[in-house]
Every structure is written in C-alpha cells, then in structure tokens.
Design a protein around this ligand. Sequence first.
Ligand SMILES: [Zn+2]
Length: 102
Amino acid sequence: MRKYKPASPEKKKIALKEMKEYLSKAESYFSKDKVMAAKYVQKARRSGMRYKVSFPKTLKKKFCKHCHSYLKQGVNVTVRTNKSNVVYTCKECKGVMRFGYN
Ligand SMILES: [Zn+2]
C-alpha cells in the first residue's frame, strides 16, 4: 500500500496563491456570469484539495459551502448576527453557514 506523503510547504504556498487567484477571478465574473463564477470557485477548491490546503477564514466566507456559488453581500447572501454566531444564509440554495465571533 502506498504511504501518504505530505506535500511540501512550497507546493502548499503555490496552491494557496492559486486559490486566491481563482477566487478573485470568480469575483470579476460574478456580475456577468454566475455559472462561470461558480466554476472558478470549484477550481479554487480543487487546487486546495490537491495539496490539503484549507481556505483562510476570510476566504471561507466568499462562497457557499453547500452549492459552491460565489457570495456577494447584498446580492445573494444575508448576514445576520446571533447570540454566538455570525450566520451567512445563501440565497441560491438557502444553505446556512455559521462562523464564530473573533
Ligand atoms: Zn448555496
């Protein structure tokens, strides 16, 4: 059986850079074509998964974790505060994401 070999830090760094690039591309496509924006979100996720890199906290809030559509405040996501969470509701799939304060 093949042993799991962790990815080198340089590759992880490259993957993170790619993820950021894809998300900024998704943002630029968002106003014109939501399908293309979702495709770029998917690409960003893929390059993260390839080297086991998770999105930083700030980037996690930029797309829906259920339907992977790009989220823009005031357009397709509502942000409400709760007793213990900040709640993001995706208007595309009505999925809910909760983020803690801090
Ligand atoms: Zn969604």
